[in-house]
Design a protein around this ligand. Structure first.
Ligand SMILES: [Zn+2]
Ligand SMILES: [Zn+2]
Length: 267
C-alpha cells in the first residue's frame, strides 16, 4: 500500500503511544515504499477543565523533522490537527503563520466549551439533539474559518456519547450536512476519510459512506486519507477497505498536500 497516510500522531500528542516516534513511522513508510509522511499532531488550546491542552514544542519539532529529513528519502511533512473553537481563531492563525506547515486538518474535539470525549457535551441532550448541535457547530466553523485544508473526521460525534446505537440516519441530518459540504466545496477546501472508526468498532469510517457519497455528488473532489494512528502499528490501517469505499463513492484520486497545496494521487 503506497498511498500516503495524512493523519497520524506522534508522542508530541498527549494521547499518543510512547512508541509513536517520527523514526518508527519513517521505518514503516520506507518498508512500504511510501513517498511521504505527514505528521498531524494535536493542537488543542483552551480545553475545558480537566481536559489536557496540547501544543507541541514546535521549534524542537521542526528541527527534529529537518534532522531526520537528511537521513531518509521519504518526504517528511509538517501537518497539524487543530482543535477548532471559535474564539481561538487569532491564536490559530498566528501559529499557522509562525511555522512552515504543509497540511492543516481542522477538527471539532470540544463543542460549546464541552468535551466530546469525556461525554460532557451529551449531558442533557437526546442523541438527535447532540448530533444536530454538533453538525451546526461544524457548519459555523466552515462558514467562518478559511485557514485550513481539510475538515477532520466530519461525523466524529458518533464515536462518543452513551447511546445504544452509535450511528445516525443520514437523511435526518441532510439539510445541515448539505450546507456544510456545499460551503467546503465552494471555498475550495476538502474533507478527510479517516479510518479510525473501523478500529474503534463503529463498523464504518469517518465520515460514513452516505456522507462521502453526498460530498462527491455535490462536486467535492478534495479528499485525503488518514488512519489517525496514535501508534505506528495503526499506520495506514484499513487503507484497502478505504480505497474500495472511495472508489464506490466515485473518487478516482485523493489529494496529497505539501506546502498547503494539493496534487492528485491516483487510487
Ligand atoms: Zn481528531
Ligand atoms: Zn487525530
Amino acid at each position: 500500500m503506497k498511498i500516503p497516510d495524512q493523519h497520524m500522531h506522534t508522542s508530541y500528542s498527549f494521547d499518543a503511544h510512547e512508541t509513536a516516534t517520527f523514526s518508527a513511522y519513517i521505518k514503516k513508510a520506507e518498508a512500504r515504499g511510501v513517498s511521504q509522511l505527514t505528521f498531524t499532531d494535536h493542537v488543542d488550546l483552551d480545553t475545558p477543565p480537566g481536559v489536557t491542552e496540547c501544543l507541541p514544542d514546535y521549534p524542537r519539532y521542526v528541527k527534529a523533522l529537518k534532522t531526520l529529513q537528511k537521513k531518509t528519502n521519504v518526504s517528511l511533512n509538517l501537518g497539524i490537527e487543530l482543535g477548532y473553537q471559535a474564539h481561538l481563531k487569532d491564536r490559530h492563525d498566528g501559529l499557522l503563520d509562525a511555522y512552515p506547515f504543509d497540511f492543516v486538518i481542522l477538527s471539532v474535539h470540544v463543542a460549546d466549551g464541552l468535551d466530546l470525549y469525556n461525554g460532557d457535551f451529551f449531558k442533557g441532550k437526546t442523541q438527535i439533539e447532540a448530533y444536530q448541535r454538533y453538525f451546526e457547530i461544524v457548519k459555523t466553523m466552515v462558514e467562518t474559518t478559511d485557514n485550513y485544508d481539510v475538515i477532520g473526521h466530519l461525523d466524529y460525534i458518533i464515536r462518543y456519547g452513551d447511546f445504544d446505537v452509535k450511528d445516525y440516519d443520514f437523511d435526518r441530518f441532510k439539510p445541515v450536512i448539505d450546507a456544510i459540504l456545499k460551503t467546503i466545496i465552494r471555498k475550495n477546501k476538502g474533507i478527510e476519510l479517516n479510518t479510525s472508526g473501523l478500529r474503534y468498532g463503529l463498523g464504518h469510517t469517518h465520515p460514513k459512506k452516505a456522507l462521502l457519497k453526498r460530498y462527491r455528488e455535490l462536486g467535492g473532489t478534495i479528499i485525503t486519507l488518514g488512519s489517525d494512528a496514535h501508534d505506528p502499528k495503526d499506520y495506514q490501517a484499513d487503507f484497502d477497505q478505504a480505497v474500495t469505499l472511495l472508489k464506490a463513492c466515485g473518487f478516482r484520486e485523493i489529494s496529497l498536500f505539501k506546502a498547503r497545496k494539493h496534487t492528485p494521487f491516483a487510487l
